[in-house]
Design a protein around this ligand. Structure first.
Ligand code: HEM
Length: 449
């Protein structure tokens, strides 16, 4: 963060304020929620300006949460003893899709066990070896584009990133099956709003009922996944394979136990779902920013002719700062805890505010501007740049996502010329738990190699 000022000093030590939650916006919870859905960044930055580094919001269904935008308080939340901070419990609504054994919804020793099994294939060296596959997928995508084509980039990137994560999970040779699985899982993801249904409506009353239709889609995807797990378990080359499923099938925990089929299914769905929607949205934002900043785009093109990727990587880092995909990670307190000078009661959901911290002027001068050069030294501070969350829950796919973004941007910028179809940048809106460009970033292909 070369152009970045020092992080502000930690809050003065004072007796914690007890007995009340930090201030925050009033009014009906539903109204607040709707405003947040339509203008999330403006609302969060506005509340921060008005109420300070800690503010309380209440949403229907999700309940009350306390946003924290003080980097030192976030550092404290992400380091040291975290046994009273339950991310899995806070993520519980995702369990209906990801399954109860998903690393995202587990806590404590069970979470750590699953996380240790999952980490190796997503570490830097493994991802480095996978870059050629990412480039191949991106090149085949771009080869289909013709001058005059109109594309919604988020949709195109969704297919690209699904193919990448599916190839990472299952291996590189199964195009037809990957496409079938993509369709089945996309149908499930499109039902993510089911978690918002009131409990009494979460009942399977046949395919015509919303919950019943969701369950049918889930079963269709699960059948394919269990079939794939069974086929792979019997594969004669299982011991030589390097895809995630094969590694997980061979993995043993500290007691020498393999993962069950249910655990394998839940982790595969987690990787496939968490791994492609987020990355495709980040890519769509990257292009919206690049094509509206001609000087940045020109410099990127220029730098790509050499073999130094620093500017390309800085474009990725700056995109994730200015356009975070998740506005805040979440932790539920199991006991009272002092956070940024407030003693918050057990049961409170604490939300380290990724979106607000990354827009602090004291950390990022001209924070609202798209300036990749601020990251040219390649450094980021883990409590000030946190698009992937932090601590023992930091995103497992961070290295893969950044490699995907870099390789897709490289391929598309080198081989094509795109023109935005809308006069202004796509507004950022909140859908489900992610921030997305409202129109998906529509472009026209002006040149395609
Ligand atoms: C630009 C793309 C991505 C963004 C912005 C993103 C963001 C995040 C965030 C904010 C968290 C929560 C961290 C916390 O609670 O502190 C998370 C967790 C996670 N992400 Fe990602 N993610 C991305 C891509 C991926 C990819 C490609 C994968 C595939 C492997 C992935 C798999 C996961 C998993 C498994 C977790 C749960 C980790 C745990 O609970 O231990 N993500 N991600």
């Amino acid at each position: 963060m070369s152009a970045t000022a020092q992080a502000p000093a930690s809050l003065p030590v004072a007796a914690p304020r007890r007995g009340s939650l930090p201030p925050g916006p009033g009014g009906p919870a539903l109204w607040q929620f709707l405003q947040m859905a339509e203008r999330p960044l403006e609302k969060l930055l506005g509340w921060h300006a008005r109420y300070g580094d800690c503010f309380t919001v209440s949403w229907p269904v999700f309940g009350t949460g306390v946003y924290v935008a003080d980097p030192q308080a976030i550092r404290a939340l992400h380091t040291g003893d975290q046994s009273d901070l339950r991310a899995g419990e806070a993520n519980a609504p995702l369990g209906m899709m990801l399954g109860e054994r998903s690393v995202l919804v587990l806590d404590g020793p069970e979470h750590l066990r699953q996380r240790r099994l999952l980490l190796p294939p997503f570490q830097g060296s493994a991802v480095g070896a996978f870059r050629a596959v990412i480039r191949d997928v991106a090149e085949r995508e771009v080869a289909r584009w013709r001058p005059g084509d109109r594309l919604v980039l988020r949709e195109r990137m969704r297919e690209l990133t699904f193919e990448v994560i599916a190839r990472a999970c299952f291996g590189v040779e199964q195009s037809v099956r990957i496409e079938q699985l993509r369709r089945a899982l996309t149908a499930v993801i499109d039902c993510q709003y089911m978690g918002l249904l009131p409990r009494p409506m979460q009942r399977d009353l046949g395919r015509l009922s919303p919950w019943g239709a969701f369950q049918a889609r889930l079963r269709a995807a699960d059948d394919m996944l269990f079939e794939e797990i069974a086929r792979r378990r019997d594969a004669p080359d299982l011991d030589e394979r390097t895809d995630v499923l094969s590694l997980l099938l061979r993995a043993r925990d500290e007691d020498g136990e393999p993962m069950t089929d249910r655990e394998l299914r839940d982790e595969l769905v987690t990787m496939l779902v968490a791994g492609h929607e987020t990355t495709s949205t980040a890519l769509a934002f990257a292009f919206d920013l690049l094509y509206r900043h001609p000087a940045v785009l020109a410099r990127l093109r220029d730098e790509l002719t050499g073999d130094d990727d620093r500017y390309l990587d800085a474009v990725v880092t700056e995109t994730l700062r200015l356009r975070p995909i998740i506005d805040a990670n979440q932790r539920k307190l199991t006991q009272p805890r002092v956070v940024a000078g407030w003693e918050l009661p057990a049961g409170t959901t604490v939300l380290p505010s990724i979106a607000v911290v990354q827009r602090r002027e004291d950390l990022y001068p001209r924070a609202g501007a798209f300036r990749p050069e601020r990251f040219l030294d390649g450094k980021t501070e883990s409590y000030a740049w946190l698009p992937f969350g932090g601590g023992i829950r930091r995103c497992i796919g961070a290295a893969l996502a950044q490699a995907e973004m870099a390789e897709a941007i490289r391929t598309i910028v080198e081989r094509t010329e795109l023109r935005p179809l809308r006069p202004r940048p796509d507004p950022v809106v909140m859908r489900g738990i992610t921030l997305i460009p409202r129109h998906g970033v529509a472009v026209e292909v002006a040149r395609a190699a």
